[in-house]
Write a protein that binds this ligand. Structure first.
Ligand code: MN
Length: 238
């Protein structure tokens, strides 16, 4: 790593004439800065967990179909997907249609630290060792690239440490949002529980069955709330 990584960038520019950032506010080493990470549980055409790590101003993202496991023997497939903006890390809510249509729950969040400070080199190697400090996921983890799917397939693996567990299913043990403390039905009930009475993002399979339950419960929650306030909510909408 160069001692003054922005020296060449700065030498080429006159910041009194260019609106480009000089990058002066940024420390040349990010060692001390805590980086954000999150996991979003996403009920779309399939249920999956989106694992996101802040790096260089974006969220590097992997879709993990089975979700993370605390069991070091369980290697969870993680499909590398497009970078997301940092703001996305706090998002929870309903995507009514289009790409990713479904319900997004902020399942875990916190900070992460790469084991090797050169994250780009680790990504290039396909071996990103890290420490997570979330509400649910903690300790040492690794993302390892496999040869399948032209390098898009990675494996998310827990290292053996005081935070690993061969028995505890963290997805079952801690299924709810770290933002709202709700489940998918609560999140949908906050929004428009009637949007998917027909035309759900998933109809068949496990996701379809889950959607059916979530929509039913969200509608019941909304109805109970409206009856609870003496039907005022419902009257207002008429
Ligand atoms: Mn997703």
């Amino acid at each position: 790593m160069a001692k003054r990584p922005l020296a060449e960038y700065r030498a080429k520019r006159d910041f009194s004439k260019s609106p480009e950032p000089a990058g002066e506010s940024k420390p040349s080493r990010k060692k001390a800065r805590r980086r954000f990470f999150c996991v979003q549980k996403h009920l779309a055409s399939h249920l999956h967990y989106d694992f996101r790590l802040e790096h260089d101003g974006v969220l590097l993202s992997w879709a993990v179909p089975k979700g993370p496991s605390l069991n070091p023997a369980e290697k969870r497939l993680a499909m590398h997907v497009e970078d997301h903006p940092l703001d996305y890390g706090e998002f929870e809510g309903v995507i009514p249609e289009g790409y990713g249509a479904g319900i997004v729950m902020l399942w875990d969040k916190g900070t992460w630290e790469p084991e090797d400070p050169d994250v780009d080199a680790a990504l290039e190697r396909g071996d990103l060792k890290m420490r997570l400090d979330g509400y649910k996921l903690k300790g040492s983890w690794v993302l390892v690239r496999t040869r399948r799917d032209e390098g898009r397939s990675w494996l998310l693996i827990k290292h053996r440490d005081e935070w690993s567990s061969p028995e505890l299913d963290i997805l079952e043990f801690a299924p709810l949002s770290v933002k709202s403390e709700g489940d998918f039905a609560d999140i949908l009930a906050q929004d428009r529980p009637d949007i998917w009475i027909s035309n759900r993002p998933a109809r068949g399979g496990e996701a379809g069955a889950l959607f059916r339950k979530v929509v039913e419960r969200a509608l019941a929650l909304r109805q109970a709330r409206e009856e609870g306030d003496g039907g005022k909510g419902r009257a207002k909408r008429r």
